[in-house]
Design a protein around this ligand. Structure first.
Ligand code: GLU
Length: 478
């Protein structure tokens, strides 16, 4: 009997839900449904310095919005849970110990300073920087004593020193890597957390994942994973690396050139069925030149092998074109419901209310005065944004810095935004009036918007970033 198809996506909750996550999820979902298998969501939150629970919620919400329902996951549970790696720490401890016991992994006590020195030396000699194996051959007694004395250590995989690692990629055929390109990777960190490699392999095995369908950028990690499967004596799943989504210039899709957050697309009024359909055309085609198809239709004809590797371009204009067709197809009820439930949802209007209620004398002012809460890109024609005496270059610098800082803002709320703006202004030494008016005009298109930080909070990180980038690319200095 062939193995039950069980596939998963394993997002790390470190930011806004990414369009690449939706893409991978879609192909996993469709493959699972085609084969009457299971689709699983596992949250890979072992990088505690970067993981955020708000990000996890947004990822799950966005996938639900797209209609990609999972059979097992952190919120719905399942036979192989927990589905959140931070809740599986004892498992990784147990499994890393198995590798120590069978001699395929070792404790490493090297300090960060020593590793830095080794790296610098290797660099100076023109060598590839890697761990030099210093702790590979420590005497067992010595190791025992040092652990008993609570000396900080990590666990590393004992990667063979010669030979190759081969694996079959479902789309690319056999791939072969020299092991001397593979470092003695860390499996368990000093803080008792596993690294991505260990946790990913242990979980895929314990969750009985049959096919690992993930983005191409993980190909270089796969030899490490194959070595880990070997060290455990386990059979590896089928590996299938999907082509990366690309910007129009063929570079890897990035937020500098294309909005990448699913929240942005939802906010921009792209229908979920459009996005699913469009992502389905990335590297795969329905056949017969059919461009509009539903999830169910895709499942019916899907064949994983038919994915082509030429980097699919995620093209906003094409997505918008497709969305127009989906809008035209909406029934009158759906059309009206969408506007009411998504654009003017009660939830959003209630959040906006404190900013609006004291600023209106007639309701007819609502659409004109507050359109920037609902719009996409703004038109800056006839608005003087560059403060008097400021150079285009200094505005560019300030806005680029600001976007970067907003991207890194842990919690998107008005008091955090307020603090960030103040600190940034102070750092660059702009006058309050110049700084705040520039940001206000770019984000809202108006001199007289409600308080800035509160407005930015409601406009949303993605749209604020989009407007600043749009201003930089199309208006500043033109
Ligand atoms: N946590 C990885 C990510 O963020 C998972 C990669 C994989 O699917 O193995 O995408």
């Amino acid at each position: 009997m062939s193995r039950e198809v069980r596939v998963r996506i394993a997002p790390s909750p470190t930011g806004d839900p990414h369009v690449g996550t939706a893409y991978t999820a879609l192909f996993n979902y469709v493959f699972a449904k085609k084969n009457k298998g299971k689709f699983i969501v596992r949250i890979e939150d072992t990088d505690q310095s970067r993981a955020k629970s708000s990000s996890e919620d947004m990822i799950l919400t966005s996938l639900k919005w797209l209609g990609l329902k999972w059979d097992e996951g952190p919120d719905v549970g399942g036979e192989f849970g927990p589905y959140k790696q931070s809740e599986r720490l004892p498992i990784y401890k147990e499994y890393s110990q198995k590798l120590i016991d069978n001699g395929t992994a070792y404790h490493c006590f090297c300090t960060a300073e020593r590793l830095d020195t080794v790296r610098a030396q290797q660099k100076a000699e023109g060598l590839t920087t890697r761990y030099d194996g210093h702790c590979r051959t420590l005497a067992a007694d010595d190791v025992k004593k040092r652990i008993a004395a609570s000396e900080k250590n990590v666990i590393r995989l004992k990667v063979p020193t010669t030979g190759t690692v081969k694996f079959e990629d479902h789309l690319r055929g056999e791939l072969e890597f020299d092991v001397d390109r593979v470092d003695d990777q860390v499996l368990m960190k000093t803080d008792g957390f596993p690294t991505y490699h260990l946790a990913n392999v242990v979980d895929d095995y314990l969750m009985k994942i049959s096919h690992v369908i993930r983005a191409e950028e993980w190909i270089s990690s796969t030899p490490k994973h194959v070595l880990l499967y070997r060290a455990f004596g386990w059979e590896a799943p089928v590996f299938c690396h999907l082509p990366l989504l690309r910007n129009a210039d063929k570079s890897k899709i990035s937020k500098r050139k294309n909005p990448v957050s699913l929240s942005y697309y939802k906010r921009a009024g792209i229908l979920p069925q459009t996005l699913v359909n469009y992502l389905g055309m990335m590297g795969w085609s329905f056949g017969d030149d059919k461009e509009m198809f539903s999830l169910d239709e895709m499942i019916e004809v899907f064949d994983l092998k038919k994915i082509s590797l030429g980097g699919p371009v995620f093209d906003l204009a094409k997505l918008t074109w497709l969305n127009q067709h989906y809008i035209q197809k909406l029934s009158p009820d759906h059309f009206v419901d969408y506007i009411r439930d998504e654009i003017f949802s009660k939830h959003y209007l209630l959040a906006l209310r404190p900013l609006l209620q004291d600023r209106m004398s007639r309701f007819e002012q609502f659409v004109d005065n507050f359109s920037f809460f609902f719009n996409g890109p703004l038109n800056y024609q006839g608005i003087d944004i560059l403060p008097k005496g400021k150079e285009v270059a200094s505005m560019q610098l300030m806005l680029n810095e600001l976007v970067e800082q907003l991207d890194e803002l842990y919690d998107w709320n008005h008091s955090a935004i307020h603090d960030l703006l103040n600190a940034h202004r102070e750092k660059i030494g702009w006058k309050p009036k110049d700084y705040f008016m520039s940001v206000r005009l770019i984000a809202t298109g108006r001199k007289d918007s409600p308080p800035l930080a509160e407005s930015l909070e409601q406009i949303g990180r993605e749209m604020v970033r989009f407007r600043i980038r749009n201003y930089l690319d199309t208006s500043l200095g033109k």
